[in-house]
Design a binder for this molecule. Structure first.
Ligand SMILES: O=c1ccn([C@@H]2O[C@H](COP(=O)(O)OP(=O)(O)O[C@H]3O[C@H](CO)[C@@H](O)[C@H](O)[C@H]3O)[C@@H](O)[C@H]2O)c(=O)[nH]1
Ligand SMILES: [Mn+2]
Length: 480
């Protein structure tokens, strides 16, 4: 039996997008089949493996499975360019993070490719906590009409959660705090396959929506810090991470601009690195290395894919995450609502010559401002440092080289972004490098040739006003 349900959309009534659609479907299917399990797929995903359902059901009916609320499959995508310029495959997240969560209370719900136990959708507690009782949805209204939801728990205690731009994470969270578990199911051939936004603008908007949704959860009554004690302690840590990660933007923007700016101003935050500084640096770097090795090993990705994930993380963090933080703080402080747009679906019908033509479609968005600024700051910073060494103003060129390497490391991470905003021209990687080299040379030449921009010979006697007192910072400019 195949039944197509179209829920009612009434003017002046918020249809709650996907959450509204899922809740209407849940109510309608309760009358049609009331089957104990519900498979949820996005409109842009399809079933790729005929054994997928069986694999998922194994986790639902097997031994000790009565507390499993949902089985989450990884999201797989087709139509992504072979170099995966904007990390659409998101392999570290699906094959690393979700798999690792399976070792605790279970993966988070990511919106599609998910098999649910119907009774959990109705807000019931898992059997060990709730002793007995048949599970029939008292509040399940008839049909897909909006009026059936009025004065009911739909979208609050029951079903997919309303009034958020990402209903998925919070819907899964509400099940986990009741003590339900979830399981991760990854099979090959891939269970389900979907489409991903392959141009930069769409991708940034998608990440903006996800990061906004995550922060919204943090600033709501569903903050994982206050979730019930049924939440596994490490699962709570994971949820805190999932609902706060956009804040990394603030630190990242600091890290990616201040070192380069220091080359221009001559002020360095770390004046003379102490042994303790190197010890901390060593600990931090080796921790990062261990995480990297584990991620590559567990997620089974290549080192190239791993770098792609890092590159896109930096791009997203200094653009979309930053915007998400601003957006949500505005909402929390001024109570302004957040609008969002759906991820655009690939134009169907017309046979395109280049299947990845969409990759280089550039639509301007203010989200691109910060990464562009960061790119320029780092090129200009390195060029000024280079000019200072050439000019004899700075003599410790080896130390300068270390700093310039860091700036290039930042540029390396923003390379896919630069390639993306250059549009069609960016198809050849050389164009990006030529642009960067051009900016570098112009800055260095300007710096050397405009005399008032710098004082040569390394003798600095600038006087600064500081806390009302004047002091000559002698050692301050000694590095490098
Ligand atoms: O009025 C609506 C709007 C959306 N949808 C569904 O919601 C899905 C997600 O929207 P999409 O624009 O494809 O966003 P994506 O960023 O691709 O989706 C990811 O992120 C969303 C949360 O932001 C989750 O809901 C999705 O499951 C997850 O795949 C769509 O495929 C539709 O199936 C509806 O059913 N009704
Ligand atoms: Mn989608």
């Amino acid at each position: 039996m195949l039944v197509y349900v179209s829920r009612e959309k009434r003017p002046g009534h918020d249809h709650q997008k996907k959450a509204g659609a899922m809740n209407a479907l849940t109510r309608a299917s309760a009358l049609l089949s009331n089957s104990p399990f519900i498979l949820n797929l996005d409109c842009d995903h399809y079933i790729n493996n005929s054994q997928a359902l069986r694999a998922g059901i194994c986790f639902m009916v097997g031994r000790d499975s009565d507390t499993v609320a949902f089985v989450q499959f990884p999201q797989r995508f087709e139509g992504v360019d072979p170099t995966d310029l904007y990390a659409n495959h998101n392999r570290i997240f699906f094959d690393g993070t979700l798999r690792a969560l399976d070792g605790m209370q279970g993966p988070i719900y990511v919106g599609t490719g998910c098999l649910f136990r119907r009774i959990t959708v109705y807000g019931f507690d898992p059997p060990r906590i709730n002793v007995g009782g048949p599970c029939f949805p008292r509040l399940a209204g008839l049909f897909a009409k909006t009026k059936f939801e009025k004065k009911t728990g739909w979208g609050k205690e029951i079903g997919w959660v309303y009034d958020t731009v990402t209903e998925d994470v919070v819907t899964g969270y509400r099940m986990h705090i009741k003590g339900w578990r979830s399981r991760y199911c990854s099979i090959y051939p891939h269970a389900f396959i979907g489409t991903a936004p392959i141009n930069l603008t769409e991708r940034l908007f998608q990440v903006l929506r996800w990061s906004t949704g995550s922060l919204e959860i943090f600033f709501s009554k569903n903050n994982p810090l206050f979730g019930s004690t049924y939440l596994h302690p490490l699962q709570r840590v994971a949820y805190i991470n999932i609902t706060t990660y956009p804040f990394t933007a603030i630190f990242l923007i600091f890290y990616t601009t201040v070192p380069a700016l220091s080359f221009v101003t001559g002020h360095f935050i770390v004046q003379r690195p102490t042994t303790m500084f190197y010890v901390y640096l060593g600990i931090v770097l080796s921790t990062l290395l261990v995480i990297a090795v584990l991620e590559v090993k567990w997620a089974g990705v290549t080192v190239f894919e791993w770098f792609r994930n890092g590159q896109f993380w930096m791009t997203a963090s200094c653009s979309a995450y930053l915007a998400a933080v601003c957006q949500v703080l505005t909402k929390v402080i001024f109570r302004r609502d957040i609008s969002f747009k759906l991820t655009s679906k690939l134009p169907s019908g017309d046979e395109k010559k280049d299947p990845y033509a969409d990759l280089y479609v550039v639509r301007w968005t203010p989200l691109m401002i910060t990464p562009i600024i960061i790119i320029f700051v780092n090129i200009i910073g390195s060029a000024v440092a280079f000019a200072k060494v050439l000019d004899g103003e700075w003599t410790h060129w080896l130390k300068v080289a270390g700093g310039v390497f860091f700036n290039f490391w930042v540029l390396f991470h923003l390379y896919p972004f630069a390639k993306g905003i250059l549009g069609k021209h960016g198809k050849t990687p050389v164009v990006v490098l030529v642009w960067w080299a051009f900016t570098f040379v112009i800055t260095a030449v300007l710096y050397i040739n405009i005399p008032h921009m710098h004082s040569s010979g390394g003798k600095h006697t600038t006087v600064h006003g500081h806390h009302g007192k004047k002091f000559v910072d002698a050692g301050y400019y000694n590095w490098p």
